[in-house]
Design a protein around this ligand. Structure first.
Ligand SMILES: [Zn+2]
Ligand SMILES: [Zn+2]
Length: 193
């Protein structure tokens, strides 16, 4: 397609304003390939692809940061959304939903958590990276606490023969329990319900 000089001038103006080939072609009623050919001929580099209006330029961590408020004692409150069922603190980044505590954990450790992420401090609803732990982290920190307060046991098996090295977990107060027995009891409860 050969363009009239006036159209070429209009096209050059659009390119100068940052229009893409597609946008310029649509504005002038020409086809995209012609726009592309004239772009090269007129000496314009490729246009920056527009970022969709609703696509945040923030990173995941930066977006997370916009929903937290620091409170006394190094803890953090969540000011963002909560899921209606169960109240899990969540937010959306680039069309995906993330858990506030999962991202807090990733910010501190640089890795994805294993299992559930909980806050191990005593402030309800805390999302401070320093306060959250995943399954292994929780077992480790609660185990240390259990040892300090004298609740660590020397047993290598629970009463049902599950090895404690693998299955021992701790409640928040440091009291130990067997995760395998716990899971079995859970399954029995569900089967009975
Ligand atoms: Zn906290
Ligand atoms: Zn057990």
């Amino acid at each position: 397609m050969q363009l009239a000089p006036a159209t070429v001038q209009a096209l050059a103006d659009l390119f100068a304003q940052g229009a893409t080939n597609k946008a310029a072609a649509r504005a002038l009623g020409i086809d995209k390939d012609t726009a592309a050919r004239y772009r090269a001929r007129l000496g314009f580099g490729p246009a920056k692809q527009p970022t969709p209006a609703n696509r945040s330029t923030l990173t995941l961590a930066e977006k997370w940061q916009t929903f937290v408020r620091s409170v006394e004692g190094g803890h953090m409150e969540w000011t963002g959304r909560r899921r209606s069922n169960g109240g899990t603190m969540v937010f959306t980044h680039h069309s995906r939903e993330y858990g506030a505590r999962v991202v807090a954990f990733q910010i501190r450790t640089g890795r994805r958590p294993v299992g559930r992420v909980t806050a191990e401090c005593d402030r309800p609803g805390c999302v401070a990276p320093q306060c959250v732990e995943d399954d292994p982290g929780r077992t480790h920190s609660r185990g240390q606490y259990a040892a300090v307060i004298g609740l660590a046991t020397p047993l290598t098996e629970c009463t049902n023969g599950h090895p404690t090295a693998e299955h021992r977990r701790f409640n928040r107060d440091g009291s130990p329990y067997c995760a395998a027995c716990h899971a079995a009891a859970d399954a029995r409860r569900k089967a009975a319900a």
